[in-house]
Write a protein that binds this ligand. Structure first.
Ligand code: IMP
Length: 208
């Protein structure tokens, strides 16, 4: 069995990681693992941010036991009518000081931006890059980054109460409901993070 430390304290994300990897081992949040470090997410791509975060947290571990892996994700929403924004800035979209803003404020800003472009909706996608950093059985360093995407569209009104972040504004292709209106199990099977985590699972399976 593995032990996974998720480089996040975002309860919504931890729940999704637990649902997807819980059968492979113990899944802990950063707080549960007593790690306080919060590396800045200032790179230009989701891939770089995820790997940077996972490496920084892995380097804080007192020893590097086989079987303990850091998983870090960087994710966001890219909206076509906004030229791909907010992208890597999704968590800070509504912020004036470049710190993370609340989900409510970020959604409000996205709604205002859509309206200012004179459109009620726009094609968009959620993107998640998940980095896995750990130590292999022969003492070799393992670094792997996976990318998953969920295509759909954003709308200019909130619908639903489930999930987190931009879920209330996002309708995935093939559904009429937002991700906040469907059951968590449905979101988990469609999500960008799920698609990235499937690749992480396959990579872990090869290490077993
Ligand atoms: P970060 O990956 O922690 O930097 O957060 C990325 C931003 O995108 C945050 O504002 C999240 O709320 C949002 N986000 C990431 N994944 C999802 C999702 O699955 N649903 C809704 N919002 C998300």
């Amino acid at each position: 069995m593995f032990q996974f430390i998720i480089a996040s304290n975002n309860e919504g994300k931890i729940k999704e990681f637990r649902a997807m990897l819980g059968d492979l081992g113990r899944v802990m949040s950063q707080r549960e693992a007593n790690i306080r470090l919060e590396p800045e997410e200032n790179a230009q791509s989701f891939e770089e941010n995820a790997l940077k975060k996972a490496k920084a947290i892995f380097n804080t571990l007192p020893r590097e036991p086989y079987g303990t892996f850091i998983l870090a994700d960087d994710s966001g929403i890219c909206v076509d009518v906004l030229g791909g924004e907010p992208g890597v800035r999704s968590a800070r979209y509504a912020s004036k000081n470049d710190k993370n803003a609340t989900d409510e404020a970020n959604r409000y800003k996205l709604i205002q931006e859509l309206r200012s472009h004179g459109v009620p909706s726009s094609p968009a996608r959620f993107v998640a890059c998940v980095a896995l950093v750990g130590m292999g059985a022969r003492g070799e360093r393992i670094e792997f980054v996976a990318r998953g995407e969920c295509e759909g569209r954003v709308i200019d009104e909130e619908r639903g109460k489930n999930g987190f972040g931009y879920d209330r504004l996002f309708i995935p292709d093939g559904l009429e409901e937002t991700l906040a209106e469907v059951a968590p199990e449905i979101k988990n099977r469609l999500s960008h993070r799920y698609k990235a985590l499937l690749q992480v699972r396959a990579h872990l399976a090869a290490l077993m």
